[in-house]
Ligand binder design. Structure first.
Ligand SMILES: [Zn+2]
Length: 266
């Protein structure tokens, strides 16, 4: 083998299929194309529910869930510069088809397509969708909340990333014990170390867990997680990975976090 040929072979070996996919993690049509294929194979219904920045925004839901099975809400891509969130939802579903079929599931695979395509936190009007849940604005947020209606979830998980982060951490609204945060962080830390900071974004953090009391008036502009906690979900978690780690590790951390949380459902 000539040296250039062996170099090629070595490169090929180094590139896992996932790595090739992740190089297109800001390609929204490609993300949706992959979701269509997965949805079909695991039996999820996929539908658009709004338009944002010129792109259709989708949800996926269980086709015919058994009665009395746990209901799970998963969302990612509300901040377009956090691509491990959208990739992790896809990876989790792809790797857990049996589990997916045994639950009642609602997934928002990418709430801010324009942001994903342009690698921006905000939407095309420079609005942070994750501050629109009290005013139900812009229309994509209103359409999402309208879609939820009166649904109550056993568990809601929002996936995020933090360019400032030093590892994995999470937000868990304070409620009566048992708390789950430590168990979820432990699972996530198999992929990325726990963020060691004692204060994160002005919140007290302990070993990667930010647990705080959520009230209607704590913020004038609600993120998705506050709306979920106050109106829709028994337990709500916001999982964060540090953006400076490799995307494969970030995806693995989120996937581990989702799996750990679902295992904890009583
Ligand atoms: Zn975010």
């Amino acid at each position: 083998m000539t040296s250039s040929k062996s170099k090629l072979a070595a490169n090929k070996k180094a590139e896992s299929p996932d790595a090739l996919l992740y190089s297109r993690s800001h390609d929204y049509p490609f993300l949706i194309q992959r979701w269509r294929a997965i949805a079909k194979s695991v039996g999820l219904r996929m539908r658009p529910f709004a338009k944002s920045g010129g792109y259709p925004v989708y949800y996926l839901e269980s086709l015919s869930p058994q009665p009395n099975v746990p209901s799970i809400y998963l969302s990612g891509g509300i901040h377009g510069d956090e691509p491990a969130s959208t990739e992790a939802l896809l990876a989790w579903v792809a790797n857990n088809s049996d589990l997916v079929q045994s639950l009642r599931i609602l997934i928002f695979p990418c709430l801010n397509p324009w942001g994903l395509v342009h690698n921006k936190r905000c939407d095309e009007d420079n609005f942070d969708l994750n501050r629109g849940y009290r005013q139900k604005h812009p229309p994509v947020v209103k359409a999402q909340l309208d879609l939820l209606g009166r649904t109550r979830f056993n568990l809601a998980i929002n996936l995020h990333e933090d360019y400032d982060g030093q590892g994995v951490y999470l937000y868990e609204p304070l409620r009566k014990k048992p708390h789950w945060g430590e168990r979820i962080i432990e699972a996530m830390s198999t992929a990325i170390p726990v963020d060691p900071r004692k204060s994160i974004d002005g919140n007290k953090a302990k070993a990667g867990v930010i647990r705080r009391r959520i009230t209607e008036d704590m913020m004038t502009d609600w993120p998705e997680a506050i709306a979920l906690h106050l109106g829709y979900a028994k337990r709500t978690f916001t999982l964060e990975t540090a953006s400076e780690f490799g995307i494969e590790a970030r995806v693995a951390a989120h996937v581990a976090g989702i799996s750990a949380a679902i295992r904890l459902i009583e």
